[in-house]
Design a protein around this ligand. Structure first.
Ligand code: PBG
Length: 332
């Protein structure tokens, strides 16, 4: 061999075998880090497939029960419930009705799996309003921030009464964390925790979710969700929510916002979660269905990437499947 300066530093030593790579991995994923979002449809007697989210369904109350048993056996950390109501109106009455689908589903979930899984609920009006916005509208048709806070306070009490352990505040109204915290504390629900969707962006990647919840939205949410162009503003929202009493903060979507996630992880004194949203799920499924990517590797890599950027836990539609694989193959 010709003589030339041989490398004295050889990072490849630590990549040599599966056992070595496993030992030096900086990021691990375990079932407990994963939260499964679930849709529950009022009046459904069978689970209904969602076309743009292959493998994900709108559950009936019965299929919810069996899916919860499976989720608990897989060892995931929790579930986030979304309701798909039969009737909608301008103020989203179904959200605060104790017999509304989300509150009924919460009771069922807590009864079925409340010890094994943290049962969480989406606290937002969009599934329940006929105009599809996350809040109530004023006379001009704009989303009325403070009138919406009144609705969120009532919704929080309905969800806490139903047994939700963690309320997912996803509406992006100013002051929502403080308003809900106050309502909970004033009604004896000081033990119910708040997951603030702090840095939630107005994203095209929510597309399939709109089908999943049969959203009636026309227009968009840009007057309340963050502009995708803004990074600093994400941190500002996180700091506000922490100051208002958030127990956990979230960045959403995940994969196009890993910088925001890393910033959040650097400043947050509370746990940081991320939501791998419907469009991110759909992209992986669609590419895999074409044979363009290796599905199993892509699923794991996407979650590892979100964890590596700073998420302590990840909401993902892959949660149960991935947890089952991690258990079968040994926790990474
Ligand atoms: C609002 C809410 C949305 C999602 C979660 N909560 C939709 C939106 O803001 O338009 C999207 C989740 C996903 O796309 O997987 N209730």
């Amino acid at each position: 061999m010709t003589d030339f300066p041989r490398p004295t530093v050889r990072p490849r030593r630590l990549r040599s075998t599966p056992a070595m790579r496993r030992l030096v991995a900086e990021t691990r994923v375990s079932p407990a880090d994963l939260v499964l979002p679930m849709f529950v449809r009022e009046g459904a007697s069978d689970p209904m497939p969602i076309g743009s989210m292959p493998g994900v369904v709108q559950h009936s109350l019965d299929s919810l029960r069996s899916a919860l048993v499976e989720a608990a056996e897989a060892g995931i950390g929790g579930v986030m419930l979304f309701g798909v109501p039969e009737h909608k109106d301008a103020v989203g009455s179904g959200a605060t009705d104790p017999d509304g689908i989300l509150n009924v589903a919460t009771r069922v979930a807590v009864e079925e799996a409340g010890d094994a899984l943290i049962v969480q609920t989406d606290l937002c009006l969009d599934e329940f309003t006929d105009h599809g916005h996350c809040g109530v509208l004023d006379a001009r048709g704009d989303v009325d921030n403070d009138a919406t806070l009144e609705r969120y306070r009532d919704m929080a009490l309905a969800q806490a009464d139903a047994g939700s352990a963690l309320l997912g505040l996803s509406g992006m109204m100013d002051g929502q964390t403080a308003a809900v915290r106050d309502a909970l504390d004033a009604s004896g629900h000081d033990g119910v925790a708040i997951l603030a969707y702090s840095a939630k962006y107005a994203s095209a990647f929510y597309g399939p979710f709109r089908e999943a919840v049969q959203s009636s939205l026309r227009g968009d949410r840009r007057s309340y969700q963050l502009d995708p162009a803004n990074r600093r503003e994400g941190t500002r929202e996180v700091e506000l929510d922490v100051a208002e009493g958030a127990d956990i903060v979230m960045v959403k979507p995940a994969m196009s916002y890993l910088d925001v996630l890393a910033d959040t992880a650097a400043v947050s004194p509370v746990p940081v979660w991320a939501y791998q949203v419907s469009g991110e799920y759909a992209m992986i499924e669609a590419a895999a269905a074409h044979g363009w990517i290796d599905r199993e590797r892509a699923v794991l890599e996407s979650i590892v990437g979100i964890r590596r950027a700073g998420a302590d836990a990840v909401l993902t539609y892959f949660a149960v499947e991935l947890a089952q694989r991690l258990r079968a193959e040994g926790i990474r």
